[in-house]
Design a protein around this ligand. Structure first.
Ligand SMILES: Cc1cc2nc3c(=O)[nH]c(=O)nc-3n(C[C@H](O)[C@H](O)[C@H](O)COP(=O)(O)OP(=O)(O)OC[C@H]3O[C@@H](n4cnc5c(N)ncnc54)[C@H](O)[C@@H]3O)c2cc1C
Length: 431
């Protein structure tokens, strides 16, 4: 099996295929680890952790600790990020034992042949996992200097004095958190009526309020093409991502695409029966954990066609590492209402949480959506401390079709943030 792309989809697929006994080649034109490790999840969260430490030290007096005024050493922050990427990459390299790793660009010549550099290799099966890349606008293009993408902003040598963020989605809001915490004047422009389109409206509104309190300017319902980006030190254009499928030879081969995205069936098979696709290049959900899940499903389906598994996208948690953090899974209130579902909403405010007070992070709430008749939990959205971890509990609950009563009856430890979940549900359950 030849796997093209070593991001979270391709890497996990290669490991699973090897475990299933296949002979595997993993082909990568850039660095092992793809977007997630080199330009996405890991670098952004590492930088955000430095920002969080800075915030904590600045308010250390709240905890009775006197510190001298903290100083930001941005090159050290960047060095730590690079070191963590390198350490994780080494771990991945180690795990690739037994897999042929080919560090070149691949092009598909026929359903069994690939061109890799000057050589050709044959494969009985192929998995395309070539990921995605930053999207430009018709009127605003990257220039690599003043208007940059999430790729370049990760390796800035200095903190800009002012940053215009075009696109208030997940990537834009995380970079807004990072750079405003580090002292940069940040403004966000978003075309849609709310930040984080697709996320629960109330949660997005809460984040907007917190952002404004921190001095971040937020303009929703605003088209960036009417603005002059040169009024800022730097502009980050992050209006979405597009599939990285050009140059692979897919059109010639007859693999069906829709706006560059590879069309796959529920088993992740493309329109050619021995070629599969997984991750960002074949999905509208651009998340590393979903890419990894799909990579594993594709590898399994290739290795064991007698027990085909479907790719299920109904319960994918979405985590946003802003301050406060956001976690959501399943249906939002708006989605349930649009489907005319009879739902019940339960809430818990972190102001009532002992642990949130101990952490001095009381901003935010937990919101759950359940079926009024059956009590089944259908969705949850959290904004607040450790929301990205807390959402895991509700992800398991929804995946297991648990009812409100089953989660409310569970004893969670005190004093923890997770108690907030049972507190939210207890009222409905009458405990
Ligand atoms: C700034 C940012 C932050 C993010 N944060 C998060 C987060 O916190 N959590 C989360 O879940 N997701 C996050 N994401 C999204 C996540 O990174 C992607 O969903 C995930 O990396 C997709 O994995 P993939 O394997 O499908 O593709 P990719 O990781 O993009 O990997 C594809 C690989 O294929 C290679 N390739 C492409 N064409 C060829 C070719 N012809 N020959 C050889 N190799 C090729 C590329 O070089 C690349 O390495 C973030 C993304 C960005 C940009």
């Amino acid at each position: 099996m030849a796997v093209i792309g070593s991001g979270w989809a391709g890497f996990n697929a290669a490991l699973r295929a090897k475990a299933h006994g296949l002979k595997v080649a993993l082909i990568e034109r850039e660095q092992l680890g793809g977007t997630c490790l080199n330009r996405g999840c890991i670098p952004t969260k590492t930088l955000l952790q430095s920002a969080k430490i800075y915030t904590l030290i600045k308010k250390s007096r709240t905890f009775g600790i006197e510190t001298a005024s903290p100083q930001i050493n941005f090159s050290e922050i960047q060095a730590r990020k690079n070191k963590i990427i390198q350490q994780l990459r080494q771990g991945m390299e180690f795990m690739l034992g037994g897999i042929e790793f080919i560090s070149l660009e691949a092009r598909i010549l026929s359903n069994n042949t690939l061109e890799i550099g000057k050589r050709q290799i044959n494969a009985k099966f192929m998995l395309i996992a070539t990921g995605s890349k930053p999207l430009e606008l018709k009127d605003i293009k990257f220039d690599g200097r003043k208007i940059i993408s999430s790729n370049e902003i990760l390796s800035l040598e200095e903190i800009p004095s002012s940053l215009l963020i075009i696109g208030g989605g997940v990537i834009g809001c995380e970079f807004a958190t990072l750079f405003s915490t580090l002292g940069c004047q940040v403004s966000i422009v978003e075309l849609m009526p709310q930040l984080l389109p697709g996320i629960d409206k109330e949660i997005a509104k809460k984040l907007e309020t917190v952002f404004k309190k921190k001095g971040i300017e937020v303009a929703t319902n605003t088209d960036a093409k009417n603005l002059d980006p040169s009024h800022n030190d730097l502009a980050l254009l992050c209006v979405g991502r597009t599939c990285a499928t050009d140059g692979l030879g897919l059109g010639k081969l007859g693999i069906k695409l829709e706006k560059g995205r590879i069309i796959v069936d529920e088993y992740l098979k493309t329109s050619i029966s021995n070629i599969y696709a997984a991750g960002d290049c074949a999905s509208s959900t651009c998340l590393a954990h979903f890419a990894a899940y799909q990579g594993c499903i594709a590898a399994r389906n290739i290795a064991d066609p007698s027990h085909l598994m479907k790719s299920d996208d109904s319960n994918i948690p979405n985590c946003i590492f802003t301050d406060p953090e956001i976690g959501s899974v399943g249906l939002t209130e708006e989605e349930a209402k649009n489907k005319n579902m009879d739902i019940r909403i339960n809430k818990f405010d972190f102001l009532s949480s002992g642990m949130a007070r101990i952490l001095d992070e009381t901003e935010g709430f937990i919101k759950t959506i359940s079926d009024k008749k059956t009590g089944e939990i259908l969705g949850a959205s959290i904004i607040g401390p450790r929301a990205t971890e807390l959402i895991g509990i509700l992800t398991v609950a929804i995946q297991s079709h648990l009812r409100v009563s089953q989660v409310a009856d569970t004893i969670l430890a005190h004093p923890t943030l997770s108690e907030g979940i049972t507190s939210a549900l207890k009222e409905e359950h009458g405990l």
